[in-house]
Design a protein around this ligand. Sequence first.
Ligand code: APR
Length: 247
Amino acid sequence: MAHDLLDTAAERLREASSVFVVTGAGISAESGIPTFRGAGGLWEGFSFQDLATPEAFSADPARVWRWYRWRAEQYGDCAPNPGHDVIAQMEAAYDHLLVATQNVDGLHRRAGNVNVVELHGSIADMRCVACDRLAPFPPGPVPDDPVPRCEHCAASMRPHILWFGETYWPGVLEAAQAAARQADVCLGVGTSAQVWPPVALALHARDSGAYLIDVNPEVTSLSREAHAHLVGPSGAVLPDLWERVGR
Ligand code: APR
């Protein structure tokens, strides 16, 4: 990696007072959580049409529940990695820092970040399909029939995840857009940039004046748009970058 790029990125972060971070599945790869796309990605072995759409849930709720139960178990065994830790240290070092994550694994909060917008929901919660009430994701095996029911209205509960074809929850994108607009630096980490709204947030930050850094071992449409593409795994690149910032 070109050292001058790393140093320029570090300089921008040193001078910044407001930072906006957009993360994707890649930041959790070094915690042992598979990404969705690319070699070994989840969407290679599974079809999102059968598992991550409202139609899939209507057709076979028990199957969808089994898949999310399996993922919840995987996540429970994982811990934040040095990439998450750096982003938590950054929140403590800046007056304004917001993480907008596409991940549902909760690892940013477990690393210590408080200002987190979970764009695609959280594996820790389930939600009523009728009245939208949230409840904790149930521990242990989920019965096939009936699947969990809402305590208030007895309708089916579903994982609190934004599925393909669904619109973002009210307020979620707006909160992230506000942080993007005021950012001096936008840090994109570990996203393939295939899902548009999160990419648009990073580009919105850049177009509002932020210096855009992307951390990814691969080239993506976002890394091409960034001022600095820092090539490598975030668990190594972010600690190196943060050490150079020295804040
Ligand atoms: N460090 C940083 N980036 C990494 C690492 C790593 N150690 N390992 C892999 N990556 C990168 C890959 O190169 C890829 O660009 O992480 C990216 C992961 O891409 P996706 O699996 O597509 O994840 P993401 O961008 O978060 O997907 C967006 O799609 O399926 C939906 O809802 C799901 O939130 C998800 C959304």
